[in-house]
Design a protein around this ligand. Structure first.
Ligand code: CO
Length: 142
């Protein structure tokens, strides 16, 4: 059990219309490497994690699975671009408890399944100066 403190910036997520095209572009133009691809049904998205050669913060590409996906709605309204940033936490329940105690408006009161066997929760962007912030706790056993 941890105390819910934020660790490092895990990824910056970008909403895109065609994940294959963007992967190719970011690989060739930026020299990033695709580390992991996954469909997260719960969030209605295909995801791809791209990392710099020497590691560090990743880029997470998000492509909607259908018109019902929140990412699809984001693309219609705002177009492609940065969607959220994600911090790792050592204990997501403790982090959410602390935020609730502080009266911070949350999208997720309890964690839900994310990619990489993680559990994630989003803070409401209205509570964070217009930035959608995701907290992720990685499964220590994977
Ligand atoms: Co994310």
């Amino acid at each position: 059990m941890g105390n819910g403190v934020l660790e490092n910036l895990y990824h910056v997520a970008i909403a895109v219309r065609n994940i294959d095209e963007v992967e190719k572009l970011y690989e060739t133009a930026l020299g990033l490497r695709v580390e992991h691809r996954e469909v997260v049904e719960d969030q209605g998205v295909r995801t791809s994690m791209l990392v710099p050669e020497k590691g560090g913060t990743a880029l997470e590409l998000l492509e909607p699975l259908s018109g019902e996906s929140p990412i699809s709605k984001f693309l219609d309204k705002r177009g492609e671009g940065i969607h959220h940033i994600c911090f790792l936490v050592d204990d997501i329940e403790a982090a959410l408890d602390r935020l609730k105690r502080d009266g911070v408006k949350l999208i997720d009161e309890t964690p839900r399944p994310g990619s990489y066997h993680s559990r994630v929760a989003f803070i409401h962007p209205k509570a964070m100066n217009g930035v959608l912030i995701e907290l992720a706790e990685l499964d220590k056993d994977v």
